[in-house]
Each structure stands twice: as structure tokens, then as C-alpha cells.
Design a protein around this ligand. Structure first.
Ligand SMILES: O=C(O)CCC(=O)C(=O)O
Length: 403
């Protein structure tokens, strides 16, 4: 269980605001954040604001991150995917932050714009209509609950399977489904190309990583997140800190910020929104496949404050087939290099991940003693004024020059 600073935690026991309509809460709640109770985004009838959330839950605040101007942007590497040195630049970013901005990715802006418009229209529908798409948990529509272990955030989302390249969303409005399919196919291609660049930089067969996540039966997902402006308080958690368990994630957002990543020294930095770029995350599985050479990145999202535009993000997650063994690729291991992880399959990892909280270090149970000290612990540490800046963890053995 994550340690939470009480000042950053709000028990949620009463519902006062509607996710769609951003109606303000009663003044009493607004002036006494510790008694902000029962956060309710939607009622079954969207025009009403009263709700019933029967299970008590909490929502966190994300402390304000203060970074000198320019520092945040400088912390996020940019890779021009069409440039000759792209493979080396991708690998550098993955060994460092585990995250980068990809430019010249080739996804037409019109596809992203169309999806943004269709998704916006979907999330503007009354809750009752959206809930018609909520029956296939964990897939489908969901409001504010993330996973099944009590994590909540100020968002609603669609989580869909991408089967053999096409989005499994037969019940969605046809225009949204078509926009999602077109966009996802294009972004999936970018994910595949990025995996090829990574493989090239690691000295592997060019298709070695791509084949793991883009084969029949692989576990690919697309998630569309909608974070409305939060009228209850400032700095409310939209999506709590976590790493992505898959191999690779490809994210795009609209012009509303909120995404933050954790650097290797433990500092959090905001990621400036850039709808023209895609953002690539290294996932836990890629960390294991590379025996720690590439590092999965912890990230989180702050919901927009009252009066701001909603944030809309779309993420393609490239995960392997359930039976795929996740272990360091033998071609990467140097003489005498030990695996930092015990073997597992993607199916086992996913099952284990579903039992954890969002912010838990899900790889910890799979780490072998050689990995001890490599992974920053999962305790709270924040950047800026509330930062406890850590020294970078020691590199795993033989990671000096990967390529
Ligand atoms: O909305 C974002 O920018 C990130 C969301 C995220 O981390 C996720 O959906 O896993």
C-alpha cells in the first residue's frame, strides 16, 4: 500500500459534482478539502448530480511540481523517427528516462483530430448511454475506477482490445469505432517501428521485439482517457503514478497538460502537451526483456483545474501473447551476466498486476537478488518543493555500453 501524505488525500464519501457538467460542489466541501466527501462524477441520469457511491474510497492530490523553465522540456528527449540516428537516440532515451517524444512519426494529424472529435462526443453523452459500453470489465467504458483494487482518478475512459490490428469495439458508435480503428492502426505501426529501432540499437534481429507484441494472439490495447476539469480542488489526481506493464506504450494527448514522468533521480517533471508528437513509454516487460538496460518509466496525470479544458489522451499498449515468456533476451546477455528477474509469462504478470494497486512496484516479486538496489522504491517521492531527490540507482551489471 502506498504511503500517502494525509494533506494530499481526500476521503470521498459524498457526491457533488458531475463529470460531464463540471457543476461546482457546495461551498462547504470546497472550503474544507479534508471533508470533501464522496466524489461523484456522474449520475445514471446525467442531468442530475446526486449519486450513490457506496464503497468509501480516496482520491489523492498530486503535489505541485515546480521545475525551472526549460528543465522539464529538456528532461524529455525528442527523437526524430525519420532521422538517420534514430535507433541510437531511441535507445539512449530508453536507457535514461524510459520515455521520449517522437516527432516525424507519420501519423496524419487528421486521424488524431477525427478521433479527438469522436471521443469528445462520446464522453459528452449522458452517463446512462456510456454505461451501455461498460459491461465487459476490465474492457469498455469506466468512470474513475482504475483496476479493481480501489484506485480512483478524476477521469473516465474507454479501454479496448486491439485484435489483429483492429479495435474490438463492435458496440461503440460506428463513427467513433471507425476513427479509433484508423488511428490505432497508424499508431500501432509507429509502435512497431519504434520496437524495430530499439532492436537495431541493441544489436538484435530487427523484428525481435516487434514480433513479441504484434503477432496473432498478442495482448494489445488502446485506452482513451478523458479528464474533465475538476471543480472540487486544484491538483487532483487524474491517473495515479504507475508504470505500464506491457512492452511499449504510444501516447498522444490534446493540448491540455497534466502528464508527469519520474526521472531516474526521483524528480517528477511535467510533460508539455504536444498534440503533434507521440510519446513513447518503456513498459515493465521491456525492462525485463533487456535485463534492465531499458527502464520502464513511472508516470501520472494531474486532472485539469476548474475552468481549464479537458485533457484527452489516447494510448496504444503493446503487450505480448499470454503464453509469451518474459525473460532477458539471451542475445543480449553478456558472458556471466545474470538475469535480474525470474522467468514469467505475460499471462502470469498480468494476473499478478491485476492484484496490485496502481502504484505498486509490480516487478518486485519477480526480481532476483541481483536486481536489488536497481529499482527506486515505490514510496512517495516528489519533485520541486516537496521533492526528496534520490541519487540515481546503480546500473545493473554490464549495462555500461549496450550497443
Ligand atoms: O493520460 C495520460 O496522459 C496517461 C494515462 C496513462 O498513464 C494510462 O492510461 O496508462
Amino acid at each position: 500500500m502506498r504511503a500517502r501524505h494525509p494533506a494530499h488525500r481526500h476521503p470521498i464519501t459524498t457526491c457533488t459534482a458531475d463529470l460531464n457538467q463540471n457543476k461546482p460542489p457546495p461551498p462547504a466541501s470546497a472550503t474544507h478539502p479534508a471533508t470533501l466527501f464522496l466524489l461523484c462524477f456522474n449520475s445514471p441520469r446525467s442531468e442530475e448530480t446526486m449519486v450513490a457511491i457506496t464503497v468509501p474510497c480516496t482520491i489523492d492530490h498530486i503535489p505541485r511540481v515546480k521545475c525551472p523553465k526549460g528543465t522539464a522540456n529538456a528532461a524529455v528527449p525528442t527523437v526524430d523517427l525519420s532521422a538517420p540516428g534514430a535507433a541510437a537516440a531511441v535507445a539512449d532515451a530508453c536507457r535514461g528516462v524510459g520515455f521520449f517524444r517522437a516527432t516525424n512519426h507519420g501519423v496524419p494529424a487528421a486521424l488524431a483530430d477525427a478521433l479527438e472529435a469522436r471521443a469528445g462526443a462520446f464522453f459528452a453523452m449522458p452517463l446512462a448511454d456510456k454505461l451501455e459500453h461498460a459491461s465487459a470489465r476490465p474492457l469498455g467504458y469506466c468512470s474513475k475506477s482504475i483496476g479493481s483494487n480501489g484506485d480512483v482518478g478524476w477521469l473516465e475512459y474507454l479501454l479496448l482490445a486491439v485484435g489483429s490490428g483492429s479495435v474490438q469495439a463492435s458496440s461503440l458508435p460506428p463513427s467513433l469505432r471507425a476513427a479509433l480503428e484508423e488511428y490505432t492502426a497508424a499508431v500501432r505501426e509507429v509502435g512497431g517501428r519504434v520496437l524495430e529501432l530499439m532492436a537495431e540499437a541493441l544489436g538484435l534481429d530487427r523484428g525481435a521485439l516487434r514480433r513479441l507484441v504484434q503477432v496473432a494472439g498478442s495482448d494489445e490495447l488502446v485506452r482513451v482517457n478523458h479528464y474533465p476539469a475538476c471543480p472540487l480542488a486544484s491538483g487532483v489526481t487524474g491517473f495515479g503514478e504507475h508504470t505500464d506493464p506491457q512492452v511499449v506504450s504510444v501516447l498522444r494527448s490534446n493540448r491540455t497538460g497534466g502528464l508527469q514522468i519520474m526521472l531516474r533521480d526521483g524528480r517528477w517533471v511535467p510533460v508539455a502537451p504536444d498534440p503533434d508528437s507521440l510519446f513513447i513509454n518503456v513498459g515493465d516487460s521491456l525492462q525485463v526483456l533487456t535485463n534492465g538496460r531499458f527502464r520502464s518509466v513511472k508516470h501520472r496525470v494531474v486532472a485539469p483545474d476548474a475552468g481549464k479544458h479537458s485533457r484527452l489522451s489516447v494510448i496504444y499498449f503493446g503487450g505480448p501473447a499470454p503464453s509469451q515468456r518474459i525473460a532477458p533476451l539471451p542475445e543480449l546477455l553478456r558472458d556471466g551476466e545474470q538475469s535480474l528477474y525470474r522467468d514469467f509469462t505475460w499471462g502470469e504478470y498480468k494476473k499478478a498486476a491485476y492484484k496490485t494497486r496502481l502504484g505498486d512496484n509490480r516487478l518486485a516479486p519477480f526480481e532476483l537478488p541481483a536486481a536489488a538496489g536497481m529499482e527506486p522504491s515505490n514510496s512517495d517521492h516528489h519533485c520541486g518543493t516537496n521533492a526528496a531527490v534520490r541519487a540515481p540507482p546503480p546500473p545493473p551489471p554490464h549495462v555500461g555500453q549496450v550497443y
